[in-house]
Each structure stands twice: as structure tokens, then as C-alpha cells.
Design a protein around this ligand. Sequence first.
Ligand SMILES: Cc1cc2nc3c(=O)[nH]c(=O)nc-3n(C[C@H](O)[C@H](O)[C@H](O)COP(=O)(O)O)c2cc1C
Length: 406
Amino acid sequence: MSERQDLAGRHIVLGLSGGVACYKAAELTRELVKAGATVQVVMTEAAEAFITPVTLQALSGRPVYTSQWDARPDNNMAHINLSREADAILIAPASADFIARLVQGRADELLSLLCLARPIERVPLLVAPAMNREMWAHPATQRNVAQLRADGATVLGPAAGDQACGEVGDGRMLEPAELRDELIAFFQPKLLAGRRLLITAGPTFEAIDPVRGITNHSSGKMGFAIARAAQEAGADVTLVAGPVHLPTPRHVRRIDVQSAQQMHDAVLPLAARHEVFVATAAVADWRPAQMNAHKIKKDGKKVAPAFELTENPDILAAVAALPQAPYCVGFAAESEHLLQHAREKLLRKKVPLIVGNLGPATFGRDDNTLVLVDADGHRELPTADKLSLARALVCELAERLKTSAK
Ligand SMILES: Cc1cc2nc3c(=O)[nH]c(=O)nc-3n(C[C@H](O)[C@H](O)[C@H](O)COP(=O)(O)O)c2cc1C
């Protein structure tokens, strides 16, 4: 996803304090640079015991700062210059000791000094803790982290899992790609702050017997991109996913299902609690009327088995017909006459917006072209990667929610 250069034009001060997770900071620097950011690395003395400035200078393309006494700046005030140039300061890894210093407003070395000296309204501070689980769980650290949040910092993670010391628990630094995505999300406008979205994605799988079934080519990528974009925009997102092997977007609640009936049963009780329902999933219209309890075998007579099909419930129409229906957005994946089919779907399902796309042209791909169809007409969202389109759809939704609330 970094090809999209989501951090283009952003200048990030990446601060490293002393912890084993400093080894991940090298990869993080690469990820941020690949996403288009310029990265200025600043290290504490302890961080230099774990990784050399040479590596970080090479990866960031900028000399690393390690001392407040550095005489390179003309004014000899690296802490002022660096903090004013930054669009954000990200401390990764943030040691327990460094967090304690931030909380106390200490300024006895360059990194804590520049955090204290930053224009607090304009330069956000993001902190990625990394430490042993006992250090993390200690009341002193928990107190400090709570205070850090109260002072306006954003705390990223930590994650749970295997630790360098051999113990297992909370305190691992988030992975570089996760931190990159957290930063990208941080900069997205919060157009859906406080809104609750329910999204379906992927194909469904309609079993014929225990080993076979009817499905389709939907990859789930468009629906997952919408879930990510909505979450980045500040929404609380529940994603009901058919059988796909995609990672769950960060901070999104995911419910996995297989069949259309299961998707229906998962969605319906949740729908009224959400303000928006986006039905991206390519739900099978029909399923085999009977599921064979055992694998259907060739009988040697070369007679192909015949299946009777029965209609699946219409999830979108059912949600749209609820007394407390959320704002409903349907997707039409067609193979021809896209506009005509999308418009028919709009009327048939009685929803305010249908998003049309050509299934065969987009299933499994990273890009797509969308056409938004409503009662007033249609508008195309030109070909782009699915996350960019999802963000455009989020803007569109935010506008429509404003109007529908009036
Ligand atoms: C091998 C080793 C690993 C350490 N790992 C961590 C760690 O992961 N997290 C942490 O908070 N402190 C860790 N420490 C302790 C910090 O390095 C120590 O508190 C140091 O003073 C932090 O300095 P700083 O906050 O100025 O960077 C480790 C120490 C050693 C010797």
C-alpha cells in the first residue's frame, strides 16, 4: 500500500529511546520513507547502545541527532529547529524511562527536550511503548501512560506476544508496518468521527456437500478497504466478512461467516445499532436446497448430480426495511450494463445509494472504478487503488450523513 505515498509531504521526527525494539526502528524508517515521508531521526544515548546512527542515517538520508549540544545548527538549538519543522513526533520505541521523563516534563537530553519544546497545539506527539511485560504492567508505568494521554499524546499499542527477554505478555512494540498505518490513519481527516458503520465484504460460500460449494470471485479487498478508510476517518467499524484471507484492518471488529444465511443472521441483529450499512459483499443469490451430509461420489454411471437451488435472504433489502434502518449503501457487481443494473437495484432494494462496479474487471485486483448511483443521477469515481476509492466514498458518505441528519 506504500506505493500510494500516503505520507507524502509529511515531515516526521522519529525518536528512538533505549530498548531492544530499536532494531524495528530501522524497518520503520524505511516504511515511512517508502510512504513518502521525510524522516529526521533523533536518538537517546541509550538507543545508541542498541542500534547505530549510521544505519538510521543511511535509511533516512539525513544525519541523525543525538545531542542537544550538537553544534551543526547555526543557532545551536536543534531542539527548537527540529520540533518546529515536524508535522508529528513519533517515539518508537518509547522506553519506560523515556515515558516517565515525558510525563515529568524533563529536558535533560535532546529527545525529551524537543518533545517539551514542541508547539503543543500544532505538533502532535505519538508514542509507541516497548518494554518487558512487568515494566508495562507496573503501576508507575500505567500511571505515566494515563498522564501522557491526558497531556494529549497518542499512545500506539503496545501489542502482546513473545518478548525479547523470553517472557510472553503485553509490552511489545507494534510492528513497523502497523506503526506506519497508525501514522497514516492519524493524518486522515476525521470525517466519520463517532459514527458507527456496519460493512459486509467478500464472497459467500454455499455448501453442496462437506467439501464443495458455490462461491464467486469476490476477494473482499473493496469492503476491507472501506472498513479501513472508515476507521481511519474516526468511525467505529464492524466488518462481517465472508471466507477471505485478508488481514483485519486495525481497530476494526470482524465477524467471519461462510454462507449468505450466516451473513444475514450476523448482520440483522446488529444493523439497527449502526448509522450506516455498506453492503459490499458479493452474496450468493441462491444456495443448494439440500446440503449432502457426505461427499457426493461418482457413481460410475457417468450421471452428473443435479441440484435444486433455493433463494437466499436479501440482506440489503432486509436491513433497508428495518424500522430503525441505517443509511444503506448497496454494491452492484455487474458484468455488463452497469448503470442500468445499478439503477434497477437502487429501486428494487429501496436504498439511497448504490455503488456500481464491474465484477470481472475488479475481483481480486487492487484497483477499481466506481459509479455512484442515486435518485438524482450518477457520478463516476475514476480508476484508482481500492483504498483511495474507499476514502473518496467515505467523504461522500460524510456529506450524505450531514444532509440526511438535517
Ligand atoms: C539489554 C537491555 C534491554 C532493554 N530493553 C528495554 C526495553 O525494551 N524497554 C525499556 O523500557 N527499557 C529497556 N531497557 C532499559 C533502558 O535501556 C534504560 O531504562 C535506559 O535508561 C533508557 O534510556 P532512555 O529512556 O534515555 O532511552 C533495556 C536495557 C538493557 C540493558
